[in-house]
Design a protein. Structure first.
Length: 147
């Protein structure tokens, strides 16, 4: 049995690019950055960033291009695929994740990245998706819970 599965959660490094194939199928390309924090031999905290190329097809491609922007958190499940082509007599390679599932995360890097744009831009992007409800700031007494 063989398994080719990739699962990543990170922040978009650029706005999604939506294109259409000659067959009419939509294709969206995403750039996603993931971070890994670890301690080196000396006990110092180190951070390493990996960059991933993601390709989304069909209606998920349309939704990704419509609702995602640079800095948004996103979870992607899919498979790894390496394609090759010839450019100026040299063989070029690109490994990417072909997404089966895309889930939108927090807006504008709330997952750990930095926010981009001004407040007017983020106010306009909030119209695209439902906002998070405001929760009361008061303490909850466990004795008040009915079960």
């Amino acid at each position: 049995m063989y398994l080719n599965k990739a699962m990543i959660y990170g922040n978009l490094t650029r706005d999604p690019e939506l294109k259409a194939l000659p067959s009419g199928i939509n294709v969206c390309t995403l750039g996603i950055a993931t971070n890994r924090v670890y301690k080196d031999r000396d006990g110092n905290r180190q951070e390493q960033t990996e960059y991933h190329n993601v390709v989304v097809f069909g209606s998920q491609a349309e939704n990704s291009a419509k609702y995602l922007t640079k800095g948004n958190g996103v979870y992607v499940e899919g498979r790894l695929q390496t394609r090759s082509w010839e450019k100026d007599g040299q063989k070029m390679y690109r490994t990417e994740i072909v997404a089966d599932r895309v889930q939108f995360g927090p807006k504008n890097g709330s997952g750990g990245g930095s926010s981009t744009g001004n407040s007017d831009t983020s106010a306009k992007s909030d119209d695209k998706a439902p906002s998070v409800p405001d929760y009361p700031e008061e303490e909850i007494n466990p004795e008040d819970i009915p079960f």
